[in-house]
Design a protein around this ligand. Structure first.
Ligand code: G3P
Length: 219
């Protein structure tokens, strides 16, 4: 499973890119709004230059024509921009048109396997089930990822599953085990995935032993 960073914050993205573990970035209007009032297209351009993999940028129009027009503009920013459209009749109309033009589409706000199948049928390259938001209302977010993965495998569907709305490191491993192709994670969750107290104490002990060895051997 690949990691994407769920962020529109340039400094966060730079930090995660430096670690060499992320293959893409996802943004949404809420994340962009938090990123400091920058020009949206300029922000997408900068993010797309920082990462090699797909950068999802979301449309905000509510009608298919508007979504297609925004999607064309966003995808023209850089070859690695994927256009995020919301699940729904209008979203799928826009998705199928953009996909026919060769634009990579990420269908967002997916909460059922049926919605994921519709997104795939509309030519989506990515589908984003929202794990945390389902858990928040007492439903099973990871179960949804598993159901989509099973349905896609049965139908030889190549649309990639991005487990989104990831809230903690358990979600990351559970999404991988459920068959997600990608987990898009906030920086805080990514940071937590690196750490374990035994890793930290292990490094400390290795260095202490190495120093002792140096003393004994007169180095
Ligand atoms: O980018 C979509 C998704 O990851 C949002 O997550 O935490 O707002 O539910 P959250």
């Amino acid at each position: 499973m690949h990691f994407f960073l769920d962020s529109a914050d340039i400094e966060e993205i730079r930090k995660a890119v430096r670690w060499g573990v992320i293959d893409g970035v996802t943004t949404n209007p809420s994340l962009v709004a938090k990123s400091g009032g920058r020009d949206f297209h300029g922000l997408v351009r900068e993010i797309a230059a920082l990462v090699n993999g797909p950068v999802s940028a979301e449309v905000t129009s509510l009608d298919p024509e508007g979504m297609v027009a925004q999607g064309r503009e966003l995808s023209a920013i850089a070859p690695n921009v994927a256009v995020k459209v919301p699940m729904g009749r209008d979203g799928m109309t826009a998705c199928s048109r953009l996909a026919r033009e060769g634009v990579k589409v990420n269908v967002t706000l997916v909460f059922t396997p049926q919605q994921a199948l519709l997104a795939a049928a509309a030519g989506a390259s990515f589908v984003s089930p929202f794990v945390g938001r389902l858990d928040d209302i007492g439903e099973d977010g990871i179960g949804l990822v598993g159901d989509i993965a099973d349905a896609f495998a049965m139908g030889d569907i190549t649309t990639r599953i991005i487990a989104a709305s990831i809230r903690h490191p358990r979600h990351v491993i559970e999404a991988a085990m459920a068959g997600a192709d990608i987990a898009t994670v906030p920086l805080a969750v990514l940071e937590k995935c690196f750490d374990h107290p035994l890793t930290a104490s292990g490094i400390k002990r290795f260095l202490a032993d190495w120093e002792e060895y140096g003393k004994e051997n007169g180095r």
